[in-house]
Design a protein around this ligand. Structure first.
Ligand SMILES: [Zn+2]
Length: 124
């Protein structure tokens, strides 16, 4: 094999990232599916008229048990965006500043599309 790819390690990393991202999308789809079954009517479980603190605690409790549909959607969009970056060959580059995202960050967050510094900035 005389493959003249400059960085075989980078290619391997991208292949691994793609597998992780696809697995994540599958997992999110499954989570969204179970969410649809478990939460028949949004709002029906939260009763108003109680003390305000009760409502907050209830919401926090539900959030702890499973991600909300909105969160799943947001995460799904991030994962799909990362897959798009793989396709475009820009995977691992920050969307905002264009610098490469540290491998350690991609290790824990394969769908990261921005570096830690830019992620900390509120998006305009
Ligand atoms: Zn950045």
């Amino acid at each position: 094999m005389s493959d003249a790819t400059p960085s075989a390690a980078a290619v391997r990393q991208e292949q691994r990232a793609r597998r992780l991202l696809e697995a994540k999308l599958t997992q999110l789809a499954a989570e969204a599916g179970s969410l649809a079954v478990e939460a028949p009517e949004p709002g029906s479980q939260v009763q108003y008229g109680k003390r305000a603190g009760d409502h907050v605690a209830e919401v926090a409790d539900r959030a702890a048990r499973s991600r909300t549909a909105g969160e799943l959607e947001k995460l799904g969009a991030e994962v799909r965006a990362a897959v798009g970056k793989l396709d475009a060959g820009t995977y691992g580059c920050c969307d905002d500043c264009g610098q490469s995202i540290p491998a350690a960050r991609l290790e824990v967050l394969p769908w990261a599309t921005r570096c830690v510094g830019c992620q900390a900035q509120p998006r305009r």
